[in-house]
Write a protein that binds this ligand. Sequence first.
Ligand code: NAD
Length: 257
Amino acid sequence: MVYNRAMKMMADTEHAISLIRKSSRIVALSGAGISTEAGIPDFRGPGGMWENEDLLRQLSASGFERSPAGFYRASVELFSTISRAEPTLAHRLLVHLEKIGKLDAVITQNIDGLHTAAGSTKVFEVHGTFRTGHCTKCGAPFDMAEFYSDIESGRLTVPVCLNCRAIIKPDVVLFEDPLPYQAWRGAVEAAENCDLMLVLGSSLVVYPAAELPMIAVHCGAPLVIVNLEATPYDRQATVAIHARLGEFAKAALAAFS
Ligand code: NAD
């Protein structure tokens, strides 16, 4: 039984690698599962943030409006985890596929900035990023790292704009917020034009991001899903692999180095 599962995983990984070999306009859609091996918890995996209702309420747009201080208190630990994290092997796989001319773009639901930190150059962050922020009044941009470090050490409760003293909000899409228009447009166009979509580490239950693999499939691209658990789109996938991304990335990097 264990042997059969291992054999199937190897065969599926080989199939995925053969699809990558034939492709030159790959688009990857990543989710929180690509960063768990960097120590950032996902939402819906065991022990994920989804189990903490208070935290989720505070990290919503209405939670931010109700209490910016509560929002910053609730998000400081996540920010500190994100800012210490290093890209994983799977992030590096995508950088490598871009360098050898196979990958066109990365679309990510993640807010941790790890694709850019790894070296990917075309990244659509459809849920924004925690790394930067902007003034809620004049729109001035800010790097969030110093503010969060002051919040962590108790020197600051809420960051305010250096120009107009209004509250600063991280550039992250909170529950109830709309998606950033440019990033979403770019993501849809990339999905429409790819010749292979690779979904890495997403439960594919958050919309509209979960529509992107079907856009690719309807435009004729094969779909490869690599995720620890089954997703609602496994049946539409050419290959669905239930494995750790670290294992998959190691095999794929070996095949293309
Ligand atoms: P999700 O938590 O809903 O799903 C993550 C999936 O990844 C799970 O199905 C899990 O089984 C799988 N997974 C976990 N570790 C894995 C591994 N090592 N290898 C393979 N698969 C693994 O995440 P989602 O689909 O991205 O949607 C949730 C939302 O959570 C997104 O909007 C995102 O913004 C937000 N989020 C982001 C981060 C981050 O930036 N790193 C972290 C938590 C949540």
